[in-house]
Every structure is written in structure tokens, then in C-alpha cells.
Design a protein around this ligand. Structure first.
Ligand SMILES: C[S@@+](CC[C@H](N)C(=O)[O-])C[C@H]1O[C@@H](n2cnc3c(N)ncnc32)[C@H](O)[C@@H]1O
Length: 219
């Protein structure tokens, strides 16, 4: 694959500055979300687009969760231990209805061709009142998707919120973590990598926590 087509998260530059967590903020935002929703030992939690498995490991070691990951890239799984990670598409999950108490999706929803299809899948595998944790880039304005990076595909937060609500979730919290994005962009630039748009104020980074409403799924 030509170098310019390799996604940022597959490049050594990102791993060099971000470690195993291929997103702004490292574990800080993950831990905050896990604490806010009250993850306790034994909770079944799914991390969609689990990359190198950092969040799966963190939710297991720090919170005692029965955490699993879904990742579509064989190369990403092979770069990590691959423990508790299943190779699959995030919008076609190989799990039963209502299997999970929480679904995490960090810097991945913006990469989905059809985010609503992914959100509907998250809703399907969540128990009633289960939690959806989204962390991702957002853009000031909606433009045409540009390339295969979170930065090039980010949409306004209002668009994501509407999609989340349309899939049966109730949004409980939205927090701005754009500072974390700027920090990562600065580190990437110093390391000689790309950080398109992140320092211009055009892009930001959010944490959203939503809860599945309604009665148990039938069928
Ligand atoms: C920016 S990285 C984030 C990885 C991880 N969530 C983290 O924060 O460290 C995006 C990851 O999502 C994966 N991914 C993208 N689209 C996906 C899809 N439709 N289904 C499953 N994984 C996907 C990529 O292969 C990549 O590992």
C-alpha cells in the first residue's frame, strides 16, 4: 500500500508518541468514562475497533471487567497480544443480543461508512440501560469525507448526537477533551508525522456517554 494511503493508526509514528492507545488522551478519557458509568468486576464490556487491545487490557486489569475487543484489521491484532480480541467488523458484531453492559468505541465511529448501522449494532448487543461510551474527533462543519483518518472523516458533534439518539440511546453526558487532541497533534508534529487540521481549531475531541433506553430486546 502506498505510504500516503496507510492510515495513521497503522503507522509507527503514532505508536511512538501514543503508545498502545491509538487516540488522544491515552487512558485518561477511558478511565474517566469507566468511572462515570461505574464499571465493576464482572461487567461484560465490548471495545469496538480495539486496535492494539489497550482498552480491553485496561478494563480487565484496572476495573476487573470481562472485556472483549472487536477489530477488523488482522495486522492490528497481530501487532498486539490479540488476547480477548475477535476479528470482525464493528458494524456486524458476532455477539448475541443484549450480551454487554457497556460498549466502548474510541476513535472509530468516525471511520464507519455507515455510523448508524454501527450504532444500531451497539444498541442490539447492549442490555437495556446499558452504556455506550463514544470518544472521537468532531468537526466544526460537515464536509465530504476526506481519506481514511478520524480527522478527515469527523462530523459535527450535533450530527453524531442525532444519530445516537435516533438509534434508541439517551445521551447522558458530553464532555469536551479537545486539549487532549491538541497535545497529541503537537507530539505528532514534533515526531515528524501528520496532524491535519488539529491545531487550527477546526477539529475537537469529545467524550459522549449514552444509555440504551427501552425494554429488553425480543427476537
Ligand atoms: C484510531 S484507531 C483506534 C484504536 C483503539 N480504539 C484505540 O483507541 O487505541 C481505529 C481502529 O479501528 C479499527 N477499525 C476501523 N474501522 C473498523 C470497523 N469497521 N470495524 C472494526 N474495526 C475498525 C482500525 O483498524 C483501528 O485499529
Amino acid at each position: 500500500m502506498p505510504e500516503q494511503c496507510v492510515p495513521l493508526w497503522e503507522k509507527p509514528t503514532l505508536r511512538a508518541v501514543a503508545g498502545e492507545t491509538l487516540r488522544p488522551g491515552g487512558f485518561a478519557v477511558t478511565d474517566r468514562a469507566a468511572e462515570l458509568i461505574g464499571v465493576i468486576p464482572g461487567w461484560r464490556v465490548l471495545d469496538v475497533g480495539s486496535g492494539l487491545g489497550a482498552t480491553v487490557g485496561r478494563l480487565r486489569s484496572r476495573f476487573g471487567a470481562d472485556a472483549w475487543g472487536v477489530e477488523h484489521s488482522r495486522a492490528q491484532i497481530d501487532r498486539s497480544s490479540g488476547a480477548h480480541v475477535v476479528q470482525a467488523q464493528g458494524d456486524l458484531l458476532p455477539f448475541r443480543n443484549e450480551e454487554f453492559k457497556a460498549v466502548f468505541c474510541e476513535c472509530v465511529l468516525s471511520l464507519f461508512v455507515e455510523p448508524r448501522q454501527g450504532l444500531a449494532e451497539f444498541c442490539r448487543v447492549l442490555q437495556p440501560q446499558g452504556y455506550l461510551v463514544l470518544a472521537d474527533l468532531h468537526a466544526e462543519e460537515r464536509g465530504l469525507p476526506n481519506g481514511n483518518s478520524c480527522a478527515g472523516r469527523a462530523v459535527p458533534l450535533s450530527v453524531t448526537r442525532e444519530q445516537v439518539e435516533a438509534c434508541g440511546f439517551i445521551v447522558r453526558l458530553v464532555e469536551d477533551h479537545s486539549r487532549q487532541l491538541k497535545d497529541l497533534a503537537a507530539k505528532l508534529m514534533f515526531a515528524g508525522g501528520q496532524a491535519t487540521g488539529t491545531c487550527t481549531g477546526r477539529l475537537g475531541y469529545y467524550l459522549m456517554i449514552a444509555q440504551k433506553g427501552g425494554e429488553p430486546h425480543v427476537g
